[in-house]
Design a protein around this ligand. Structure first.
Ligand code: ADP
Ligand code: MG
Length: 332
């Protein structure tokens, strides 16, 4: 299924055969590719342009005063993203395979998540059942726990577009539910295997460390600097930055359960106000049939005061997370 002639050739990327474009952003294009040497299988390659053309923004480029000035994409930011990814090794986090660069581009070779974005699954299914939502959010939370507690890394850009997944082969449960005609390709919540953390939707993986930050040294597992001399704002900053991911986790959980985000407004100003005040509701009728326990968990994550917001440990202990669905738990 190689589309010849349509995909660009990048200098220095000769090893890889580009197969298709999977995503594109302002700075980067992501391709599915296969290893021409046959050593590795398929991968994802994030190609980041080193220069951004000013002319790409707005209508200003029509004005003759606006020269096509190349603006350097912060080299250090890409190197930081790669540097952080190098230190990570977890089944719930997209693995870095290789990094290289040419005169114009950076190439980040990544483990391929063939399922694509969680975002597209929400669009496809409208919303997730509570069981499927729990299955997904628990996986994200375990990865965050690894990042926060074992690597001292805060992600800072958790959202459905940056949560990818790898589908696993279908393994039927004991009593699969019959599916209605037309619903054959729907994800059946009875098809996942609790405990293994895979199934229905598969293995969920965190991607895009472009905004992530190390809050403490991974070698010494202590806050940056000499412990006894660390200023309160530094200690607090570490805690606060972790709580940023917990807020985002709450937004993702809310969205999974009902199919739309907790905060939205056409005006950026109004939206910013709403977020600042933590102004959201469990909108009827969409939330009418969602359990009070799920709502309770969401509200502990979407808490404006970061001191009161749930930490990853509190999240893991919440009754809704601990619930298991007897029906979907296969006999050992
Ligand atoms: P950006 O900084 O431009 O948001 P991302 O790293 O988030 O870059 O990648 C952009 C998009 O490319 C993702 O939202 C996803 O759709 C796709 N993508 C990125 N990495 C992978 C991967 N490893 N496997 C599959 N798709 C990926
Ligand atoms: Mg992204």
């Amino acid at each position: 299924r190689e589309i010849k002639g349509k995909l660009p050739k990048y200098p220095g990327l000769e090893r890889w055969v580009l197969l298709e474009k999977m995503g594109d952003g302002a700075f980067s294009n992501v391709y599915r590719a296969r290893d021409g040497t046959g050593e590795l299988g398929e991968v994802a390659i994030k190609v980041v342009r080193k220069y951004e053309m000013n002319s790409s923004q707005g209508v200003n480029h029509l004005h003759p005063d606006v020269k096509k000035q190349p603006k350097t994409v912060e080299r250090t930011n890409i190197l930081k993203e790669v540097q952080i990814m190098r230190q990570l090794d977890h089944p719930g986090i997209v693995k870095l395979i290789d990094f290289s660069e040419s005169r114009q581009f950076y190439y980040i070779v990544l483990e391929l998540c063939s399922g694509g974005e969680l975002f597209h699954q929400i669009v496809r299914l409208t919303y997730f059942s509570e069981n499927l939502s729990r299955h997904v959010i628990t996986q994200v939370a375990r990865s965050l726990e690894y990042l926060h507690e074992e690597r001292g890394v805060v992600h800072r850009d958790i959202k459905p577009e940056n949560l990818l997944f790898e589908p696993i082969p279908f393994i039927p449960t004991k009593n699969p539910k019959p599916r209605a005609p037309g619903d054959e390709d729907k994800v059946d919540e009875g098809e996942f295997i609790p405990g293994i953390g895979s199934g229905g939707i598969g293995r969920v993986k965190i991607a895009d460390f472009g905004l992530s930050k190390v809050v403490w040294d991974s070698q010494t597992t202590t806050p940056c600097g000499t412990v006894g001399y660390t200023a309160p704002e530094i200690v607090k900053d570490e805690r606060y930055s972790k709580s940023v991911d917990m807020w985002a986790l709450g937004c993702v959980l809310y969205t999974l359960l009902c199919g739309f985000p907790p905060f939205y407004d056409e005006s950026i100003q109004v939206l910013t106000e709403k977020v600042a005040r933590g102004q959201y509701t469990f909108l009827s009728p969409w939330w009418d049939d969602i359990s009070k326990s799920a709502q309770d968990l969401v509200s502990h994550l979407l808490t404006v005061d970061p001191e009161k917001r749930y930490t990853i440990k509190e999240f893991m202990r919440h009754p809704w997370i601990r619930e298991t669905d007897e029906e979907t738990t296969p006999a050992a």
